[in-house]
Design a binder for this molecule. Structure first.
Ligand code: G3H
Ligand code: 13P
Ligand code: ZN
Length: 305
């Protein structure tokens, strides 16, 4: 069933588990996400960035909405990193049931103002809203506390922000970053900060940049001819701990990008004569499903729907 973000995330925060919010850009990715969620009885969020909307538009949104409506588990369609009020409103008109307004690059007051506008409009239409406070970006564990404080989310500010905006869930900066290169070795994630913010707030918290960049997938990517440097993601145990503290929405894009490319590369190199798209994108869908299953098990959302 197609539901709002709140329908999925409020129980997740209360139950101390995480729900994957996976980026989609095409039919196969969407099928992998929603069919795996059904198989594992897991709630799930499917998100489209503004880039995905530019690429797939209403056609892609309709694929997600149709699969979501026919699914027997809760599914929300979410706008990832909406850059403006107009962008959020456009997504709501397209049928999204959850939107993010990302005004985190503004100062605190302007972030509040822009977020508040979106919250008022979205709530009038029964749609839930994610916003962001703090600056996303990988940091090294050894940097001094003052430097971390300069861009990771301040717990007291988070309380003010939630009060002043009425946001339904909040993305916090905890040291994670987007992409396949989140830091050397075991990338840093500030558990103490998550715990502190969670102790002062009750709404679901969101972690961006939560791909695990599984080394097995990275190895297969290389073996099938792909080139990738020192790729590293958030360790499973680190993500699991984060969800136990209050992270309810867990954003994952990179892992599915890698998994689909592994499937495509392996299919093409195993059979250079192949040109049936179903024999190329089908394996990509299968590898994505395995990665999604692993993530849902780590987050603890399996069996929650
Ligand atoms: O946070 C960014 C997501 O990975 C989406 O990326 O804007 O290239 O679609 P994109
Ligand atoms: P990853 O790059 O770690 O997959 O993060 C995706 C994300 O945060 C989308 O908003
Ligand atoms: Zn993000």
């Amino acid at each position: 069933m197609l539901v709002t973000g709140n329908d999925i995330l409020i129980p997740a925060r209360a139950g101390h588990y995480g729900v994957g919010s996976f980026n989609t850009n095409n039919m196969e990715i969407t099928q992998a996400i929603i069919h795996t969620a059904e198989r594992l009885r897991s709630p799930v969020m499917v998100q489209m960035s503004e880039g995905a909307i530019k690429y797939g538009g209403q056609d892609l949104a309709n694929i997600v909405i149709d699969l979501a409506k026919r699914a027997t588990v809760p599914v929300a369609l979410h706008l990832d990193h909406g850059s403006s009020y107009e962008s959020a409103l456009k997504a709501i008109k397209m049928g999204f049931t959850s939107v993010m307004i990302d005004a985190s690059h503004y100062g605190f007051e302007d972030n509040v103002k822009e977020t508040r506008r979106v919250v008022e409009a979205a709530h009038a239409m029964g749609i839930s809203v994610e916003s962001e406070l703090g600056r996303l970006g990988g940091i090294e564990e050894h940097i001094v506390v003052d430097e971390k404080d300069a861009f990771l989310t301040d717990p007291e500010e988070a309380v003010q922000f939630i009060e002043q905006t009425g946001t339904d869930y909040l993305a916090i900066a905890i040291g994670t970053s987007h992409g396949a290169f989140k830091g050397k070795g075991r990338p840093y994630i500030d558990h103490a900060r998550i715990e502190k913010i969670a102790s002062l707030t009750s709404i679901p918290l969101v972690a961006h940049g939560s791909s695990g960049v599984p080394q097995e997938i990275v190895e297969r990517f290389r073996k099938a001819g792909g080139e990738i440097g020192d790729a590293a993601g958030i360790a499973d145990e680190d993500l699991q701990r984060a969800t136990q503290f209050g992270i309810a929405k867990v954003n994952v894009d990179t892992d599915l990008r890698l998994a689909s490319t592994v499937g495509i590369r392996e299919a093409l190199s195993a059979n250079p004569k192949e040109f049936d798209p179903r024999k190329i994108f089908g394996p990509a869908r299968d590898v994505m499903s395995q990665v999604i299953e692993h993530k849902m098990r780590v987050l603890g959302s399996v069996g929650k729907a």
